[in-house]
Structure formats: structure tokens, C-alpha cells
Design a protein around this ligand. Structure first.
Ligand SMILES: *Cc1c(COP(=O)(O)O)cnc(C)c1O
Length: 403
């Protein structure tokens, strides 16, 4: 295998890194990244096996630990994110769970924003406390609440921004400073922003996690996750945890993700531009109570979003007048946009959080997150923007008839 990457490659622009970054070539010189669908690796001699297990020879041992195709994906993600090290996982939730569990032990404390992806909320609220790790949930936009929640046992601050589904934006720089003053680490789930529109590590975060299932695959195929941070943090906290507990990414999925990364910038740019246009269109229509989009001036954290992100993202959340019945009528009337709780796909997808992803929450908890009965979350895909606007018009007519 040839050298993993040009040492100068960190100075290349993202579009270039997304196509070439981290490529390893076998002696065949294949142009497209090879799929090493293998569990294990043969050693030429017993001495070589011994050296590899000792760590004296950096070669591959077993695909639960690492694999050439997975390593290419990890390296490409490092270059894109500006991280020293990365580990790929089987899903986004495997990444979140490992990123949190590997940092804490019994007696420790975690502070997290209340507005979390449903499964992240389960890990923080239900799983960690089972092992003696307590958690405090706060309103992520209120720095005073974060400050008040931190105690001497606090090891991790955890958040997503923009949030699901309310697209709230939290101040990463301020929260990183707060975490570090307290001797804690900031872990950021950066899925909604994508690696292109927001750089948490540059703003002081210690760990960034992704569900690669979303924009990184971008075409609705494979599950995957990735955890990025400093070499020391990944090696000391995560490496052994992942190696021994086994939430490894399949080489096949890593290969799909590598192909996804090649078009990530084009897709995210196009989807963001269409999302901004749809947000503005919806905001101009009767029958829509409010539109949430980070780069619109009426977004509660618009100034922060513009400071911290380079685009408003590929999701638009809006509230239809007329509650659940009108929201259902809106979504059911759509032809191009499909009803699905996924996001970041090339296909536009719409979901009703109150009855799907956030159904498990009490009505009070939903209200605290602004998840009303009329709220819909749209993940904008790669279709022609005019066709999507026409679809929104179909939805609006149906919703107005029920309002
Ligand atoms: C989808 C998602 C996850 C979980 O990822 P999976 O790949 O589905 O396990 C975690 N956080 C956010 C913000 C997500 O959107």
C-alpha cells in the first residue's frame, strides 16, 4: 500500500480533500478506493504477527480494530474536519454512545442540552444514570443554565447544533470555554450543520461526532458514524474502548461513505441553497405560523448562526396553522417530498416530530422543545427547487382546507 496521504494535503481546499483525501492504493493502482471486505489479515511470519500485536508494526490485525477501507474514510474525515484523529463506527448512535461512555465513570456528571436527537436523549437520560453517571439537561441557548448545572464532577458537556427539530443554534465558542474552565470536555453532535457548514473543533470543541448515515452517505443507503478529536484524546479514551467493545464500521459501509464524501460539498451547497429558498417561500405564505431556518433574520439566534456557520443548512422546520390535522394534510398532499424521519438524503423527506421521532416525550416535554402539533421538519434534497416549491404549494392548499 502506498502512503496514506500527502502531508501537504491539509492545505488543500475541502472539495479537493473530499475527492482525494486519505486514499490508499494497493499495488494494482486502482483509481477508485478499494473495498477491503476482509475480517482479518495474514502475517508473513510469527515474528511479524508479534510485532503487529506489540504495536511495533502499524499494519492491520482484525477489522474490529481497523481496516484499510475504513482507515481511508477516517483519514478523509480528519482532513475535512481538521482533526488529528478519527474512528468510524457502525452508526451515528454508536459514535455518540462511545464518545460519551469512553469519557466517564461512576460518579461523574454530564450536562447536555435538552434538545437532543431522541436516541441521544435516551443515552444521556436513561443509560448513563444506570452506571452511576448523572446528567443535567439544560436549555442549550441559555449560557446561565449551563453554568449553573456544571459541578466539580462534570466531565462532559454535550449538545447538537442546530438542534432537531427546532434548529436552535448554540454558542460553541462560549460553551467550549465554559467546559474548559470547569475541566470538562465539549462533545458536539454536528450532524445538522454537516462538516462543511460548521467547524466545532476550530471553535474549541474537544470531540465532534457525526451520524454518517445522513449527509455523508447522502443517498440514503448505509448507516455509519464517526468520532473526531485530538490524537491524544482518541488514543487515550476511545481507541481501546472501541477495539474491545466492537461498534466497528463495516468496510462496505466505509466504501459507500468514501463515495458519498466525494460529492458532499456539491450536495450540501445545493441542498442549502434550496432550503433557504423554501424557508423564504414558506414564510411568505398564509397558513404557516412560523418558519425556523438558521440564516433567516427572524431566527432567534440568527446573528450567532451567521457567526458560527457558513450556511443555514439543509433542513427547514415550520409550523402549519391548524395543528396535527393540517400538518398531516400538508404532508399527505406532497408528491415529490416523501414522508420519512431520515434526513440528509438526496431525496427530500418530511416528518411530523410530535407523532414520530418525539412521540415518546410527554406533551409538556414536547412543548418545552417547541414541538407543537403543527410542526413539520423538511430535509431538503437534490430535486429541482421549482418542483419542491410546487410541492409546498400542494401541501399548503391541503393544509389551508383543514385549518
Ligand atoms: C441520525 C442522528 C443520530 C443517530 O445516527 P444513526 O446513524 O441513525 O445511528 C444522532 N444524532 C443526530 C443529530 C442525528 O440526526
Amino acid at each position: 500500500m502506498s502512503a496514506p496521504s500527502d502531508p501537504k494535503s491539509r492545505s488543500l481546499k475541502p472539495a479537493t480533500l473530499l475527492v482525494h483525501g486519505g486514499s490508499l492504493r494497493s499495488p494494482f493502482g486502482e483509481m477508485s478506493e478499494a473495498l477491503f471486505l476482509t475480517q482479518s489479515f495474514a502475517y508473513p511470519t510469527m515474528q511479524a504477527a508479534e510485532a503487529r500485536f506489540k504495536g511495533d508494526d502499524p499494519g492491520f490485525i482484525y477489522s474490529r480494530f481497523s481496516n484499510p477501507t475504513v482507515a481511508m474514510f477516517e483519514q478523509r474525515m480528519c482532513l475535512l474536519e481538521g482533526a488529528e484523529a478519527a474512528r468510524a463506527t457502525a452508526s451515528g448512535m454508536a459514535a455518540v454512545t462511545a464518545a460519551l461512555l469512553s469519557q466517564v465513570k461512576c460518579g461523574d456528571h454530564v450536562v447536555a442540552a435538552r434538545a437532543l436527537f431522541g436516541s441521544c436523549l435516551y443515552v444521556v437520560e436513561e443509560l448513563l444514570p444506570r452506571f452511576g453517571v448523572s446528567a443535567t439537561l439544560v436549555d442549550g441557548a441559555d449560557l446561565a443554565q449551563w453554568k449553573a448545572a456544571i459541578r466539580k464532577e462534570t466531565k462532559v458537556l454535550f449538545l447538537e447544533t442546530p438542534t432537531n427539530p427546532g434548529l436552535e443554534v448554540y454558542d460553541l465558542k462560549a460553551l467550549a470555554d465554559l467546559a474548559h474552565e470547569a475541566g470538562a470536555r465539549l462533545v458536539v453532535d454536528n450532524v445538522f450543520a454537516t462538516p462543511l457548514l460548521q467547524k466545532p473543533l476550530e471553535l474549541g470543541a474537544d470531540i465532534v461526532v457525526y451520524s454518517a448515515t445522513k449527509h455523508i452517505d447522502g443517498q440514503g443507503r448505509c448507516l455509519g458514524g464517526v468520532i473526531l478529536g485530538s490524537q491524544a484524546l482518541i488514543e487515550e479514551n476511545l481507541h481501546n474502548f472501541l477495539r474491545q467493545t466492537g461498534p466497528a464500521m463495516s468496510p462496505f459501509n466505509a466504501w459507500v461513505m468514501l463515495k458519498g464524501l466525494e460529492t458532499l460539498q456539491l450536495r450540501v451547497a445545493q441542498q442549502t441553497s434550496t432550503a433557504a429558498r423554501i424557508a423564504d417561500f414558506l414564510a411568505s405564505q398564509s397558513g404557516i405560523a412560523r418558519v425556523l431556518y438558521p440564516f433567516r433574520d427572524d431566527h432567534p439566534q440568527a446573528a450567532l448562526a451567521r457567526r458560527q456557520m457558513t450556511g443555514g443548512g439543509t433542513l427547514v422546520t415550520f409550523e402549519v396553522v391548524g395543528g396535527k390535522e393540517a400538518a398531516f394534510a400538508f404532508a399527505n398532499a406532497l408528491g415529490v417530498v416523501k414522508i420519512s424521519n431520515n434526513l440528509g438524503d438526496a431525496k427530500s423527506l418530511i416528518t411530523h416530530p410530535a407523532t414520530t421521532t418525539h412521540q415518546r416525550l410527554t406533551p409538556e416535554a414536547r412543548a418545552a422543545l417547541g414541538i407543537s402539533e403543527g410542526l413539520l421538519r423538511l430535509s431538503v434534497g437534490l430535486e429541482d427547487p421549482d418542483d419542491l416549491i410546487d410541492d409546498m404549494e400542494r401541501g399548503l392548499s391541503a393544509a389551508r382546507a383543514r385549518a
